[in-house]
Ligand binder design. Structure first.
Ligand SMILES: *Cc1c(COP(=O)(O)O)cnc(C)c1O
Length: 723
């Protein structure tokens, strides 16, 4: 048996509708990740929390007020096994919370070969208060929240180790679980390893996926809360309080994203655009590192085909695709035969699924939902998702939905977090509008959006609408679910859609990030109405000689063929495996080998560099050009004197860095050409035609410490620039 190599930590897991321990996209993504890891046979374990009352069940009153129901889950009725210790007794884990202990039991949910361990505090060793700590997902009280994160992070490490599981890679799915890195440092420290060495060993084996471009979405605690909860814990890490706080300090707060970054060797965003946005966000925290150099990469999200494609559509696809198509789904060639499916067959299949959805979700009270173009908008009611965008111009919307020849219906669904009052206001407003004479039966709000209803919606509507403020949607995944069902996306070019849209597989609202939010909304809604009026509605109702909407069906095929192979979790988890996990497994093992030899060397090297960096000085550079042999070819030479103090010239990278005026940067690496004096070097280099760029742009010389043991040149966040 292969030993476990990856521990995947997440505050939520959306595995199945019957287990409501997820709130939205993050949890669904985690669940889909686990399912794909199982199918790929990867050695992974999940770690999360069991929330006895789950995420709330939503009721929407007639007047649009959202009500929150918290039915208690009975673990005995769920496919959960109680986790036992080596001698068969129920395992109990203990975590430090302020100056007391909280006790935890654990349930195991098996997703094929992959176990997910879910901790919770409802056990008799705890008092009444502590037994309720893990009742709810994302509690509003910051004290309960930090305790849940201690349970997840610290408790999670203790649980795995109690079970004899020693992961090679620790994956933080969002920053909620980042305290696990402190616990791992504590363990190493307890076995006699110094704090700095332990930190390097932990960092080498930790990877972090960040999920939100919204600064307010990053988890933060006050420093005094950290002191309160970790006051008795700091010293166990082998460091003083300030050193520990520094790992997560961002301004006056302790920021879980910052902690995760500082203790991970790889950080990734969840779409290419999100990578850029995250770089910009982190650049604000380390302004001396140009945005383009911030060490963040991306793995674009995907969704699990087995979960999200309609069973009926799957059966039909099996008539045309190769027998093992689900397992080969990341190969675009596998999907090519979709183009051969007779238009009538695909259209009738979709109509059948649509009809089934209308019955199951109770939309039969709408006005001709089956015969109308039916548009779905379902997502968390966070304000940046702009659920009201389509309501900017009510008269225009009225004309669109009530066109007697070509009617259009809308379905809205989604929860607002119980503490998110502006989000709840949105629901109220849409309910009000849906009750007005002109929109009644045409616009419908459905309550309690969850995995089960999401499945029906992404399979059964005709168009999937998404109108976030660009670039706030890190990826989004519901549109991916729709796309592989042949449901056409109509979305702002944000997140994954910015990568997926090709001009033929759906429609793009090309958000131009400019102006006030009101102006933006009016521009974007104008585009949205125009697309509906001029392209989408006419295409939907157009019939060819056979009475089929063949233009529409071609788009459905294009959507399935071009998007399903790229935005599925098989592709995503394979990417994580080959690009992130495998190199990190190797790295983590190397750092820990021979009693942490490399981790010790790296920490000593960093300490030396940090101490000596104050001596590094960059003098004013020279740049001069010579005409080359070919006409118009100019070579630019750069020369600069750099004083490195006691730092060796091979331990730095010296380069010219300039802006290309287009949001990009250019760099020219310089080499040490001569040692002039103690620590003083002349660095030189050349490149094509950068003379003017050097003189006229804000180009400068930069020195950064490097090491072959770093995953990137900015690991130390140190750099020295020319005056
Ligand atoms: C897929 C899914 C989400 C995430 O969708 P977004 O596109 O990120 O809004 C949220 N909730 C449920 C129930 C889902 O199935």
């Amino acid at each position: 048996m292969m030993s476990t190599s990856v521990a995947y930590f997440s505050a939520e897991f959306g595995i199945d509708g019957s287990l409501p321990i997820y709130s939205g996209g993050l949890g669904i993504l985690a669940g889909d990740h686990i399912k794909a890891a199982n199918e790929l046979g990867l050695p992974l374990v999940g770690v999360g929390l069991f929330y006895q009352k789950g995420y709330f069940k939503q009721r929407i009153r007639e007047d649009g007020v959202q009500e929150h129901l918290y039915p208690e889950l009975d673990p005995g009725k769920l496919p959960l096994e109680r986790v036992a210790d080596a001698s068969g007794n129920p395992l109990i884990i203990q975590v430090p919370v302020a100056s007391r202990s909280v006790y935890l039991k654990a349930w195991c949910l098996r997703v094929g070969q992959v176990p997910i361990y879910l901790l919770h505090s409802n056990t008799e060793q705890n008092d009444e208060h502590d037994r309720r700590l893990t009742d709810n997902l994302y509690p509003g009280d910051p004290n309960v929240r930090i305790i849940q994160e201690i349970i997840l992070g610290i408790g999670g490490v203790r649980l795995l180790h109690a079970l004899g599981i020693r992961p090679d890679v620790w994956h933080l799915n969002e920053g909620h679980s980042a305290f696990l890195t402190l616990e791992r440092i504590r363990e190493y420290s307890a076995s006699g390893v110094s704090f700095e060495t332990a930190k390097e060993a932990v960092k080498a084996s930790t990877v972090f996926t960040t999920h939100t471009p919204v600064p307010a979405g990053h988890d933060k605690f006050s420093i005094s809360m950290i002191d309160h909860y970790f006051g008795d814990y700091y010293w166990q890490l082998g460091a003083d309080r300030d050193t520990v706080i520094e790992l997560g300090r961002q301004g006056e707060e302790f920021n879980m994203t910052r902690l995760a970054m500082n203790t991970s060797s790889r950080v990734n965003g969840v779409s290419k655009l999100h990578e850029k946005v995250t770089k910009a966000l982190f650049h604000r925290w380390t302004p001396h590192i140009p945005e383009q150099d911030i060490p963040v990469e991306s793995v674009t999200n995907g969704v699990h085909i087995g979960t999200w494609i309609s069973p009926d559509l799957k059966a039909m696809l099996s008539d045309y695709l190769q027998p093992d198509w689900e397992r080969q789904a990341s190969d675009p060639a596998v999907w090519t035969p979709v183009r051969e499916i007779p238009a009538g067959r695909l259209w009738r299949e979709h109509q059948k699924i649509k009809g089934e959805m209308i019955r199951r979700l109770g939309f039969t009270d709408m006005r001709y939902p089956q015969e109308s173009l039916l548009i779905g908008f379902a997502r968390r009611f966070a304000t940046y998702k702009r659920a009201l965008l389509i309501f900017q111009d009510l008269d225009r919307l009225d004309r669109i939905v009530n066109d007697p020849e070509r009617p259009v219906c809308f379905v809205f669904a989604g929860k607002a977090h119980p503490a998110d009052f502006p989000g709840q206001q949105l629901i109220r407003r849409i309910v009000e509008l849906s009750n007005t004479e002109r929109f009644k039966g045409r616009i419908r709000v459905m309550e309690n959006y969850d995995m089960d209803s999401a499945k029906w919606l992404v399979q059964g509507v005709d168009v999937w609408l998404n109108t976030p403020v660009k670039p706030m949607e890190a990826s989004g995944t519901s549109g991916q679910k729709a796309a592989m069902n042949g449901v056409l996306n109509l979305s702002v070019l944000d997140g994954w859609w910015n990568e997926g849209y090709n001009g033929r597989n759906g429609w793009a609202i090309e958000g131009e990030m400019a102006g006030s939010s009101e102006h933006q909304a009016s521009v974007d809604s104008g585009k949205l109405y125009r697309l509906l009026e001029e392209e989408i509605v006419p295409l939907y109702y157009h019939r060819d000689e056979q009475g089929l909407p063949s233009g529409w069906v071609n788009r459905m095929k294009e959507s399935i063929c071009t998007l399903a192979p790229r935005f599925n979790t098989g592709r995503m988890v394979s990417d994580y495996w080959s690009k992130i996990y495998v190199p990190t497994i190797e790295r983590g093992r190397r750092f820990a080998a021979n009693n942490f030899e490399i981790a010790g060397r790296v920490s000593a090297y960093k300490a030396f560099i940090r101490e000596q960096w104050k001596h590094v000085r960059v003098n004013k550079p020279n740049a001069y050009s010579t005409q080359g042999t070919r006409i118009g070819f100019t070579e630019t030479f750069f020369q600069v004197l750099v004083d490195l103090g006691p730092i060796w010239e091979k331990d730095v990278r010296v380069e010219v860095v300039g802006s290309d005026g287009n949001g990009g940067i250019w760099k020219v690496r310089l080499k040490a050409a001569e040692k002039l004096d103690n620590g003083l070097y002349r660095f030189e280099g050349s490149c094509c035609d950068k003379h003017d760029a050097f003189l006229h742009s804000n180009a400068n010389i930069r020195v950064v410490p490097i090491s072959s043991e770093f995953t990137n040149d900015f690991e130390m966040e140190l750099s020295a620039w020319g005056e």
